[in-house]
Ligand binder design. Structure first.
Ligand SMILES: [Fe+2]
Ligand SMILES: [Fe+2]
Length: 266
């Protein structure tokens, strides 16, 4: 195992453990006051991922790969636990056992998909089996395009209905990303024949344009919410959270673009 393994592991854990920590807070805020058991569980996950986040920042990129591999396993267990918690909450909501709670089922499913993604990344890293580039390009885009489409839907639903212009814009983003997701699914079912450099390159270019404009929209929303200039029930940290996830997707697209042009100079 090389230093690349350490760098990638720490990068994933630093990013996603903060995300998991924030999910615990958002879920907690959506529970009813009488759901004390669920609130306690959410608090438990908040401190668990806060500790993991701090540990990940304490490690240096010069750390022993063996030690990082053990750390990855520990974080993997934590990610599995929070995944199970989120799925349990989803079950309770869908069986109408939390009437009056404020967590949308799609939001709970969404955060569980992010936990499953995090857990998979750790497995792949530890087993040293990263997908071949053409498969990774399609799979990561299918994952993140759906995440972006969900974000647009959440924003549209959590803005005050009287913010008509912004709600309309969020709805347009939702539609745009649903279309991009279908395109990605089409490319997925056409593989391996669809995995040509020009098609993958165009796929990345097109997705990048939309992710950039959604990222800018989220940035504006975040600023407006922080300055209390718009009416919504969006927590300022949630606005920042979805902004960071869009930034992450953009970084991944750029990384793919660079690897693609390196593997096949134009
Ligand atoms: Fe998230
Ligand atoms: Fe998300």
């Amino acid at each position: 195992m090389t230093n690349g393994f350490v760098v990638r592991s720490l990068d994933e854990i630093r990013f996603w453990s903060r995300i998991m920590k924030e999910h615990s807070l958002f879920l907690k805020l959506g529970f009813r006051c009488e759901d004390t058991q669920l609130i306690n569980e959410a608090n438990y996950f908040f401190s668990l991922f806060e500790r993991i986040e701090n540990q990940a920042h304490d490690f240096s990129t010069e750390a022993d790969p063996e030690q990082i591999s053990n750390f990855n396993m520990k974080v993997h267990r934590a990610a599995s636990l929070i995944w199970a918690f989120k799925r349990k909450v989803l079950g309770l909501i869908l069986q109408c056992q939390l009437p009056g709670g404020n967590n949308f089922p799609l939001l709970v499913d969404h955060v569980s998909r992010e936990a499953a993604y995090f857990r998979n990344r750790l497995e792949e890293l530890n087993q040293g089996r990263l997908e071949p580039l053409p498969d990774a390009i399609i799979d990561e885009n299918v994952f993140f395009l759906r995440i972006m489409a969900d974000h647009a839907k959440f924003i549209g639903h959590l803005l005050d209905p009287s913010e008509r212009k912004l709600v309309e814009q969020a709805r347009e983003f939702s539609h745009d990303f649903d279309q991009l997701l279908f395109q990605a699914k089409d490319l997925e079912s056409m593989r391996p024949q669809s995995q040509t450099v020009p098609l993958l390159d165009q796929f990345l270019d097109q997705n990048r344009v939309s992710v950039k404009s959604l990222r800018d929209f989220k940035k504006t929303a975040r600023e407006l919410i922080e300055a209390c200039r718009i009416k919504s029930i969006i927590h300022p940290l949630l606005a920042d959270h979805v902004f960071r996830e869009a930034e992450r997707f953009l970084q991944i697209i750029d990384l793919f673009e660079r690897s693609l042009t390196k593997s096949s100079p134009k």
